[in-house]
Write a protein that binds this ligand. Structure first.
Ligand SMILES: Cc1cc2nc3c(=O)[nH]c(=O)nc-3n(C[C@H](O)[C@H](O)[C@H](O)COP(=O)(O)OP(=O)(O)OC[C@H]3O[C@@H](n4cnc5c(N)ncnc54)[C@H](O)[C@@H]3O)c2cc1C
Length: 456
């Protein structure tokens, strides 16, 4: 039987290691703390929750509940320990983080098949036929290992920053001032365009470049660049594609008009001409009740965003459901690189789990570790794993990361938008959102149970 090497002792790594060991495999688990820490971790404990202590909603028929229910049915070890460390938190599962980590450490110590190595891994051997490697080093993967991953996958396929565009509530857009159009009328007119006159553009630009930015947090400073230089590798900057909008605006008064606010080909039906500049709004979800501002990722304080973005014609009274953000987050371009059993397409002995694979959040990372551990055990025994079913929440998350549009790929939490939608007929018949969600959950759990019993 092949050996399993798990790199990363955060959330995905320990779950993967414990699952693989449970199925009879020998596992080497590597964690670099305390020899080397990350910018966010405070301890050398396994399963440290770096920020909040919440594993999200336990309300029946919500998407986070569904994900956890599936994990429980698959005997997820970290979730069982989270349940045992729960503290009162209304409808959410929140844990005593110290107790949670202690319990996970005890489970690892008690597992004779797991050998723990406290060291930083800096190289990956993709050609070793006797080892399955699960890489679960998370959003703050060390610089040396990130460089190794870049070498293995190609430098275009690893992101170091998460850039999130603001999202606006569709019902608060002034539809009299905006218009639907496709550039040069090519394709369907899916985008809402907010047209600017020159005066409006100048006012907006001045407000944007003078707005107050969020002070960088310690883990967002540039230690990666310093580390990178020390290692003689390319320093990490924002990718051009996710540069903060205020940064682009500072490059010249017309830079936005030739970039994300380009008006060419977007004829305004009211004037019959192209406006001076536009902001495009892209539908955010299937229900079309929210839209994101295309290319408007930024690093401004939320209050400043509200003030500046309401200068956009049509958004004067907009309600923002989410503000733009940019923060450090290392993740692969999973739609390009990853197969559904979480193996790198080009190096099938290497699997990626947790936040590094493009899922977002504590629970999602544990879920991904659960799948990776089971798949790795299967591979170690010489059996090609059967991926989790598309209809389940776990399967939907994997489906999203492996099938999303690669150019615009962003990490995601579990939401109903990722789940298999109901058939049109049924959707029309069932009006209430709650009832639709209940049916989706029932279907997901059925598919998940069938998968659990059918997989050897
Ligand atoms: C600052 C911050 C705050 C966050 N807050 C939340 C939140 O409140 N709620 C939420 O749901 N999600 C949050 N997240 C997102 C995410 O869910 C967590 O980061 C989660 O811990 C990811 O799990 P993981 O197992 O993929 O990575 P991690 O839990 O980060 O585990 C990765 C482990 O790998 C180790 N490691 C890294 N490089 C190496 C190497 N070369 N060799 C050996 N070991 C290595 C690290 O030390 C770490 O222990 C946050 C992320 C960050 C960065």
């Amino acid at each position: 039987m092949k050996k399993i090497k798990v790199i990363g002792g955060g959330l995905a790594g320990p779950e993967a290691a414990l699952q693989a060991a449970h199925f009879g495999c020998d596992v080497d688990l590597y964690e670099m703390r305390p020899t080397r820490s990350t910018e966010a971790h405070q301890t050398s404990d396994f399963a440290e929750l770096v920020c909040s202590n919440s594993l999200k909603s336990e309300s029946e028929n919500t998407a986070p509940w569904l994900l956890k229910q599936e994990m429980r049915r698959a005997s997820c070890i970290l979730l069982a320990e989270a349940d045992a460390s729960a503290v009162p938190a209304g409808h959410a599962l929140a844990v005593d983080r110290v107790e949670f980590s202690r319990r996970v450490a005890t489970r690892i110590e008690a597992e004779p098949r797991i050998t723990v190595h406290r060291e930083e891994v800096t190289t990956l051997d993709a050609d070793d036929p006797d080892t399955i490697t699960i890489l679960a080093t998370g959003p703050l993967t060390s610089a040396a290992l990130a460089a190794e991953l870049q070498r293995l996958t190609g430098s275009d396929h690893l992101a170091f920053y998460d850039s999130i565009s603001p999202i606006v509530d569709a019902t608060t857009i002034d539809m009299d001032k905006v218009y639907f159009a496709a550039r040069y009328d090519k394709g369907t007119a899916d985008y809402i365009n907010c047209p600017f006159t020159k005066e409006q553009y100048d006012t907006f630009l001045d407000a944007l470049i003078t707005a107050e930015a969020v002070p960088p947090k310690p883990w967002e400073q540039i230690p990666t660049n310093l580390e990178a230089r020390a290692l003689n590798i390319e320093p990490v900057h924002y990718f051009e594609g996710c540069l903060p909008i205020e940064e682009t605006a500072r490059r010249g008064r017309d830079t936005l008009r030739f970039g994300p606010m380009k008006p060419v080909g977007l004829t305004d039906p009211k004037t019959g001409r192209w406006p001076y500049a536009v902001v495009q709004l892209r539908q955010e979800n299937l229900r079309a009740d929210s839209y994101n501002l295309v290319g408007f990722q930024n690093h401004l304080k939320f209050g400043e965003q509200a003030r500046v973005l309401r200068l956009i014609p049509g958004l004067e009274n907009a309600t923002f459901l989410r503000y733009g953000q940019i923060h450090r987050n290392t993740y692969i371009n999973a739609p390009t690189l990853l197969a559904e059993a979480l193996q790198l397409r080009a190096h099938s002995n290497i699997m990626i789990a947790g936040q590094l694979s493009g899922v977002e959040g504590y629970t999602e990372s544990i879920a991904s570790g659960l799948l990776a551990g089971r798949y790795a055990a299967s591979l170690a025994m010489g059996v090609q794993p059967v991926p989790a079913p598309r209809a389940s929440a776990n399967g939907s998350l994997t489906y999203y990361i492996t099938h999303a549009e690669s150019k615009r790929f962003q990490p995601a939490n579990i939401t109903f938008d990722l789940l298999l939608p109901l058939e049109e007929e049924l959707r029309k018949k069932i009006r209430g959102k709650k009832e639709r969600h209940r049916i989706q959950c029932d279907r997901a759990l059925l598919a998940w149970d069938q998968w659990l019993t059918s997989v050897p």
